[in-house]
Design a protein around this ligand. Structure first.
Ligand SMILES: NC(=O)c1ccc[n+]([C@@H]2O[C@H](COP(=O)([O-])OP(=O)(O)OC[C@H]3O[C@@H](n4cnc5c(N)ncnc54)[C@H](O)[C@@H]3O)[C@@H](O)[C@H]2O)c1
Length: 443
């Protein structure tokens, strides 16, 4: 196993392929006419010949291990063959756990486990890999997705897709390239595959609550993890470990966690919102955490429909996670997790309900991905998830600056680009920044 953490650089082996330098991606949304290079999918042949589809994973943490387990559980004729993480030990642990439940589907040689910031490039260079699961902290996601698509690998990409407008534009370009090259991208917004969410949206579309007037959505909990700095850690290593608390890596709680609720709203409304007007603050976070404790946003959707959003992570506070959609004829309640959906009419009488399992939805993502590759009709759904991620970012930008922010601004004008220009394992990072509404500028 390669155990040496290495910096994220413009690396060597990819330079003959369509460039993977992130600088190339800025403003990529405007580059829709650029010719798409023809790419060769190792998986095309595999799909046609009923050979095992070969999986790799980048980011062997909690969700990465979960996603591998979901894929190996739900899919037949599939093999995990490679892994990358910042730490060799995480790769090893992931392999051990996967093999414990799926011995016949795990064949990861020591030399196919890669540690360090550039380990993912070795995975993407491997001609044996058909599908890559991208489950690192979110800040890397747009750039990893783009490089994976350019390397001809089918992708499962966890949510959120991006943490700033620059990353959103990279996602749009990656989506476009994936469609053109027949590369699948399935994303980790699992509620889109949960039967009671699908059932509720079908009911709403067929008029069960009349016309949608407004909605309320909340992701409120009593806290989130924080990882203390070890004395030997550089600034970079510390931030990568305690990633939730640094906005360039997590996007703050509204992007990292509540994107699930925001994605449900964009789905129900069948559009991203036109504007966001937000507020919030930080009261209980450790000094060096850039995260806010709570953010509330009024989103205005086309058709004069309003969504009231709130997320909160404050110890001792009351939790609430779910969505309520108000219509002219009734109200639809969609609980988070496996809490089910129901519709009440104007008198309060329940007229419809459905149960659903979030565990089944997590697995369905991986079944749909593999089935779509094998059928030759790869799913490419990055654009929707990137839009939902940017909707969350737009709410954060409004809260941090104290300004009303429009979809037009975040998609076309904003220059916000949080990913470091240089990132080295031993490098220094700027001191944590705390947004102050009215003083923090909208860029
Ligand atoms: N869909 C869901 O319900 C759900 C649930 C949990 C987490 N997630 C998402 O999954 C992602 C990972 O979350 P997690 O809880 O597993 O975090 P985690 O910290 O447990 O795992 C992240 C892993 O990625 C590794 N990593 C970070 N940067 C890397 C890089 N550049 N190259 C290779 N490896 C790198 C870390 O070392 C770590 O092992 C996040 O985007 C999170 O929002 C989604």
């Amino acid at each position: 196993m390669n155990t040496q953490p290495t910096p994220r650089t413009s690396d060597t082996k990819h330079e003959t392929k369509p460039t993977a330098s992130r600088r190339t991606f800025l403003g990529a949304g405007a580059a829709a006419s650029v010719a798409i290079p023809t790419m060769v999918h190792s998986s095309r042949a595999q799909a046609q010949e009923s050979q095992p589809l070969k999986l790799a994973i980048v980011g062997c943490g909690g969700r990465g291990r979960g996603a591998i387990n979901d894929s190996l559980t739900i899919n037949d004729n599939i093999k995990l063959v490679a892994a990358a993480d910042l730490y060799a030990q995480k790769c090893d642990e992931m392999r051990r756990l996967a093999a414990r439940s799926h011995a016949d589907k795990v064949d990861v040689a020591d030399e196919k486990m890669y540690a360090g910031l550039d380990g993912y490039k070795r995975v993407l260079d491997d001609p044996d890999v058909d599908v890559v699961l991208l489950t690192t902290s979110p800040g890397f996601r747009p750039y990893h997705i783009m490089e994976a698509v350019e390397a001809g690998k089918h992708v499962f990409a966890e949510k959120p897709s991006c943490v700033d407008p620059a990353g959103y534009r990279v996602c749009l370009e990656a989506h476009r390239k994936a469609v053109a090259s027949g590369t699948a991208i399935v994303t980790g917004t699992q509620y889109r595959r949960q039967v009671n969410y699908q059932g509720a949206v079908d009911q709403i579309r067929s008029g069960a609550i009349g016309d949608i007037v407004s909605a309320v959505t909340r992701y409120c909990s009593s806290g989130i993890w924080y990882k203390n700095r070890k004395p030997e850690m550089s600034d970079t290593e510390y931030q990568l470990n305690n990633w939730m608390h640094f906005i360039w890596l997590s996007g703050d709680q509204i992007t990292e966690q509540a994107v699930h609720n925001i994605d449900a709203m964009n789905w129900v409304m069948d559009s991203p919102p036109a504007t966001a007007y937000a507020s919030g603050g930080r009261f209980t976070r450790p000094d060096d955490s850039e995260m806010w404790d709570s953010v509330s946003v009024d989103y205005q959707y086309p058709g004069n429909r309003a969504v009231s959003f709130m997320c909160r992570q404050i110890p001792g506070s009351e939790g609430d996670n779910g969505n309520v959609i108000y219509g002219t004829q009734g109200t639809c309640y969609i609980a988070a997790g496996s809490g089910g959906s129901r519709i009440l009419d104007r008198t309060g009488k329940e007229v419809w309900s459905m149960e659903g399992s979030i565990g089944a939805a997590y697995q369905q993502e991986h079944k749909d991905l593999v089935d779509s590759i094998r059928s030759g009709n790869p799913i490419v759904e990055l654009k929707d998830t990137a839009e939902s991620s940017l909707t969350a970012v737009m709410g954060r930008m409004s809260a941090y600056t104290g300004q009303k922010v429009s979809w037009e601004f975040v998609t076309k004008e904003s220059t916000l680009d949080l990913f470091p220009k240089e990132l080295t394992w031993d490098g220094e990072r700027p001191a944590p920044q705390h947004a102050v509404p009215g003083a923090t500028k909208l860029t």
